[in-house]
Design a protein around this ligand. Structure first.
Ligand code: PNS
Length: 165
């Protein structure tokens, strides 16, 4: 059994993430979408919300499941018999940091990182930009699943009403 993780914050999940998950699911027997649930980081969606959105978005993939993790990704991989970390690379700008993390992770436990080039359709898509554009009224409906777009609009409206955005 070859098991891989697709790790990330997924705040929120985008079509770019799901493109990588779908392609990883074709390469490995099982893919775990591993959501970093570090409580010290401020997120638009809390860990349970991000997990629930991913569960729904990944439901079409038979060999994909969703899990949360805290602490080091390498510990999660060792504890869960994960052979590879799959990361999407959007551009050269992603590469420096991703290479550094891949090498650090390999040095810690020997776990391999597999880089997949992001589909050109989604190479500009990042959760942070999606949130920023949506915050200022831009239409991000083509970049995230419909139910994520609805949750995003609802959350941003609630924050605006509360004077937080
Ligand atoms: O979606 P993101 O924010 O780019 O995801 C980053 C994530 C969660 C994959 C990365 O920060 C991570 O692996 N965090 C777990 C802590 C860890 O292992 N840190 C050492 C990295 S070399």
């Amino acid at each position: 059994m070859r098991r891989a993780v697709c790790p990330g914050s997924f705040d929120p999940v985008t079509h770019g993430h799901l493109d990588i998950v779908a392609r990883a699911s074709a390469l490995f027997d099982e893919v775990v979408v591993a959501v970093g649930v570090n409580k010290s980081k401020s997120r638009l969606f809390d860990a349970d919300e991000r997990l629930a959105m991913l569960e729904r978005a990944c439901a079409p993939f038979d060999n994909v499941r969703v899990d949360g993790f805290t602490g080091l990704l390498t510990t999660y991989c060792a504890d869960n018999d994960v052979q590879a970390i799959v990361k999407g690379l959007r551009a050269v700008s992603d590469f420096d940091y991703e290479l550094q993390m891949a090498q650090m992770n390999a040095s810690l436990t020997g776990v391999e990182t597999v880089f997949l080039p992001t589909s050109p359709t989604y190479s500009f898509v990042a959760s942070s930009l999606v949130k920023e554009v949506a915050t200022f009224g831009g239409d991000v409906s083509a970049l995230v699943p419909d139910f994520v777009n609805a949750a995003l609009l609802e959350r941003l409206a609630a924050r605006k009403a509360a004077g937080e955005a």
